[in-house]
Write a protein that binds this ligand. Sequence first.
Ligand SMILES: [Cu+2]
Length: 304
Amino acid sequence: MRHSVSLGSLIFIIATLNACGNDESEVAAAEPTRYPATGVTKTVELRVEDKIWEVGPSALYNAWTFNGSIPGPTIEATAGDRIVVRLTNDSKHAASVHTHLVEFEQAQDGADGPSIAQPGQTVTYEWFAPYAVAVPYHDHADEGEGVARGLFGALIVHAPDEKPANEHVVVLSDFETKFFAQLPGVADPVTGKIPDGGTYRGPHQYMHTMNGHAYEDSIPHFTGSVGDLSRWRVISIGIEAHTFHIHGHSWVDSDGLLTDNIQLSPGTYKTFEFQEDRAGEWLVHCHFPNHMAGGMMTRYDVTP
Ligand SMILES: [Cu+2]
């Protein structure tokens, strides 16, 4: 299996080096490509709507959503684009949009003042996206309830010269049991299987999800074919740290090591890719045992 480190991973390395205060020569060695303005503006309409979200059969969440889904719609652009997000708040609580690794004025940070949309208001955000990244966008109107309720999504900024790939967007998050409208039943703690006629509860205070759903019967399977360049955009935007493990595959992580299981704290993200050469119905899961039992597992179905 061939391996490569994508630009997203390189950017992650830079962020890590900066955070650690390493000297400038190391940072300069991994300078990301800053793409010039394309002159293109992508306009995105987001609407905050409160609704009951089905995390799995009979597991009903009192959710806050962007455009009625968890995650919200994936925003895609090309590096160098300007992105305009119009957020209309149709809920009864404040909401906003904040994101990472794009450029914006502090007044459009989504964290305070007029960048927060009160009920009934529309707020417009302008971002310039000079780097190829895959990051979360999310509510920042409060200390975190909006994210716990479901106000998050993925922003993918593609490099103009990016190789075509089978792209998998994975958003990891944690749903608090106290916000469920209905959560009967208890999962088998070993298999995570849903009992007949009921549903399930993780072994502690969260249900752990991928792309808004829990367990392999509800999380849409990732799919691919032998011969694909298989690119993964993994974004963690929950409450707890997670790992992301794909059975039967390996790649080189942002630290340059061969791995099949990466670690992500809340609000972090990694992009990696590998050449697909292993047909099968491979398990994909977080490696914390209680998170697997609490829903964070699905399949990656690869056809020959
Ligand atoms: Cu986990």
